[in-house]
Ligand binder design. Sequence first.
Ligand code: HEC
Length: 411
Amino acid sequence: MLNRMLFAAGVSLFVSSVLALPPGEGEALVREHCSSCHQPEILNRAQGYDTTAEWRQLMASMVELDEPRADIIARYLAQHFKSKPELYPALVPGPVEIEIDEWMVPTLGQRSRDPIEASDGAIWWTGMWASLVGRLDPLTDDVREYPLPPMARPHSIVPDDAGFIWYLGNGNGTVGKLNPLTGEIREYETGLADPHTGVFHPNGAFYFTAQRAGAVARLDPASGHITHRETLARPYGIKVAPNGRIYIAFNGDNAIGEMDPETLEITYFTIPHEESRIRRLDVASDGSIWYVNSARGRIGHLDPTTGVVREWDSPSGPQSHPYAIAVIDDVVWYNESGQRPDALVRFDPESETFQSWAIPSGIGIIRHVWVTRNKELLIHQSSSNRIGRVTILDSGSGTENRDIPIDTSGQ
Ligand code: HEC
């Protein structure tokens, strides 16, 4: 598995420029053990730690090391890569209570991401760099990882109603369908470089973005037929509104698109400020759009019937890089991925107030979230190799989501 993973990971990430690491006993060991999945340069951009214990904890989510080596590397890192208070989020206290559960996934350093809930209540995620998808039963903590073709490097997954898991093969231009009972995979060649994020429509078709290819596509699961249409730069998040219209976020332009599911024709809404970039969005019950303005550290609201846009500064400011977003009962949840720890933020549109929390495992990025049938939020941390679940215990207005029974039938 390790070789396969290094192969899958190394292709696009291992560039030849080399960081001048501070000299020391740990330098050679860092080069040896910390360069296969990413350059050691990541150390400069990341949060650091002042203690060896914290470094040990992070390293243990990425790579297995024997005791003397782990100790030498951790001491070297704690000496040269200390904590950066400027990356701490500006956490906002508030009345809402939540509980965050996190699970470390088995294959280390897999870049766990994009968890979803399947119809049997299981949580699935993708391990992009290890080219796998995994299944967790949150009731028993049983986990199983399913290998995908080594170059598939799945970006996102979506369950269908029949229990199949569909993945976006970001590395090999495919969409794949996994049968969880047999592990069997059917691949669909998309003709697009990098399938990214997908969504099922009530009409039965699967719609997805391809970011670098600059296209959106529709796959008909019955025939396997795929059609696509070119778009503005870097189509990213994609969601279906209650009226069946499809909304697309653009990470390469200051725009949000509204797509006709039949013709794939897109009407574009311009978001103010040329430097605005929108990774993801979600739809409120009235069909209006909430989005993250990742480039400007803001969140925004678009009324697609009028084109009117409003934005709010995220608590941690212009560099906070809001990333994943979901609307639960018309309240907005998103994360500040530029901060360490990554912060989960709640925005109440009624009172226009924020509240935020640090993600416990503390390091990484939530790149995509999913709302379960019980209105929990599934999250992840791609550095600390975790997937997680946020339970909203008390919305601050006295209503609780806890006592909705979980359907565990149909295992
Ligand atoms: C098997 C793959 C793998 C190996 C080996 C590996 N890492 Fe990582 N590392 C990851 C992944 C995956 C991420 C998340 C990257 C992303 O989200 O783009 C990451 C991110 C990081 C970050 C950034 C944390 C953040 O989000 O702020 C640091 C620091 C880091 N690694 C340090 C190390 C060190 C030190 C070693 C060697 C002891 C190491 N890594 C070895 C997979 C690996």
